[in-house]
Design a protein around this ligand. Sequence first.
Ligand code: ZN
Length: 274
Amino acid sequence: MSDKVIITCAITGAETTRDMQPALPITPEEIAQGAFEAYEAGASVLHLHVRYDDGTPTQDVAVFKKAIELVRAKCDMVIECTTGGAAWMTPEERLQPVTLNPEMASLDCGTVNFGDEYIVNTLPIMRQFAQAMRDHGVRPTLECFDLGHVYASHILIKEGLLEEPFHYGLVLNVPGAAKYEVDVLEFMVRKLPKGAHFTAFGIGGKANVDSIYGTLALGGHIRVGFEDNIYYSKGRLAKSNAELVERAARIAQDCGRELARPDDVRAMLKLRKA
Ligand code: ZN
C-alpha cells in the first residue's frame, strides 16, 4: 500500500456539456484556471481533454499545447493527456497529444461500451499506443473498464511493451461496462501485477463518492472531476472541480493518508524528467 495518495482531477472530459454543468472548463484559459484551483485543493495530476471554443472535443495538438502551456504557467501539476478522446475519433487522431511528450497519458486497455456508443481498442491499437508512449517517454495510465482489460494489459506486459512501475486507471460504472461495486473493484485490484499503482473511480455521483472510500481501503489513488461526475450530492451540482477535489482530499486525510504533491507523483511513478 502506498502511504501517499494521488488525487487526479479530470476537469473537462469529452461528454460533459455546459448545459449539464455550467462551471465546466472549456477553453484552454478556463482549463488552466480550473486545473490551478484543483491543484490548490490537493490534486496533483491533471487528466486533460481539450475542446474547441464551441465545446466540441478535439485531439488537436495545437489546442493541447496551448492548454499545457497555460497550466504550466500556473502550477507544476503532472499532466496526463487523454488518448481515449471521444467515441467517434480514429486511433491516429486519439494518439496525437502523445507527440507533445506529456509526463503521462491514458491508454485504454480494451474495447468498451460507452452508453449507446463504444470505443474500439483492439490489441494492435493498444500495442501501437504503448509503443508510441515508450518512444516519447510517456508513462501510460492503463485504463481498464472491465476485467478483460486487466488481462489484456498482462499481454502487453508479457510482450515487453510496458515498463514498471505500472499505473492503472480502473474506470467503473460506465453504462454498458462493469459497475462500481466494492467487490468488483477488489477483485480487479487482485488481478493487477504485484506492486502496481492504481487509481480507481466510479462514474456518476454516488459511485464516484463510494469509490473514494473503496480505493482508499485497497491502497489506491483517487480521481474526481466533471468528466466523471458533475454532482456534489444528489440533485446538487458541484460548484467547481475544486469543490470535488476538496472533499476527496478531506476524506483521504481523514483516512490517515497524506496527499502526494506533484513531485511525489513523479518519484512514485518514475516519470521522465521533463
Ligand atoms: Zn478522459
